[in-house]
Design a protein around this ligand. Structure first.
Ligand SMILES: N[C@@H](CCC(=O)N[C@@H](CS)C(=O)NCC(=O)O)C(=O)O
Length: 202
């Protein structure tokens, strides 16, 4: 049985969402962020030295990094419904978006969120860089979604789970205003049963 170490309001929702979509059994262990620092509690550091969420434990294997965890779980799905076959035309679109979520999009969205919280004087040079990266990434997503139903083609895949979790943070911080295709896409994903169940875990 796979154990998911779930930190409230964190990327471990990706893993729970995927498991729910796949109908795979799992056990949840809850960890609560420190209310003052918002950091993970020592209970998570006891599972993995990075003290980051998600972490899963499956038998002898302890695995972190949400993209890697998603791939690990997809490897165990005999139906392979949530990623295209390697021979499919859109396989590399899928791979690009799966990695884009953490490799490109997460950085400017998270730094923007932290800068808005801290509002330090002297953020201006970073502001310019982050604004440019945000515009590039969000415009790229909007252009892609104006021509497709899902991020990697006409079917829902694990790449949608990876990308949309960061888009939700972008939405909360007002970064998706006027992005009609991206907003419609988020609403469509949020209507999925597996998403709704995951959201109930906090
Ligand atoms: N790139 C990593 C990022 C992991 C990460 O930063 N997780 C955050 C939650 S979304 C976390 O655990 N924060 C708590 C802390 O840093 O103490 C992934 O995708 O798994």
């Amino acid at each position: 049985m796979i154990t998911v170490h779930h930190l409230n309001q964190s990327r471990s929702k990706r893993v729970i969402w995927l498991l729910e979509e796949l109908g795979m059994p799992y056990e949840l262990v809850h960890h609560q962020r420190d209310p003052k620092t918002n950091l993970a509690p020592p209970s998570l550091a006891a599972i993995h030295p990075l003290s980051k969420s998600p972490v899963i434990v499956d038998g002898e294997r302890t695995l972190c990094e949400s993209g890697a965890v998603m791939e690990y779980l997809l490897d165990q799905d005999p139906e392979q419904t949530l990623r295209p076959a390697k021979t499919a035309d859109n396989y590399y679109d899928y791979l690009e978006w799966l990695h884009f979520a953490e490799g490109s999009l997460a950085m400017p969205v998270i730094i923007n969120m932290i800068m808005k919280k801290e509002e330090r004087a002297g953020n201006q040079p970073l502001d310019g860089y982050i604004a440019k990266e945000l515009a590039l990434d969000i415009n790229y997503i909007e252009a892609t979604l104006s021509g497709r139903d899902y991020i990697a083609g006409d079917r829902f895949t694990a790449a949608d789970i990876m990308v949309s979790m960061i888009l939700e943070i972008a939405f909360v911080h007002g970064l998706l205003t006027g992005k009609a295709s991206t907003l419609a896409y988020l609403s469509k994903l949020q209507a999925r049963d597996a998403y709704k169940k995951t959201a109930s875990f906090g």
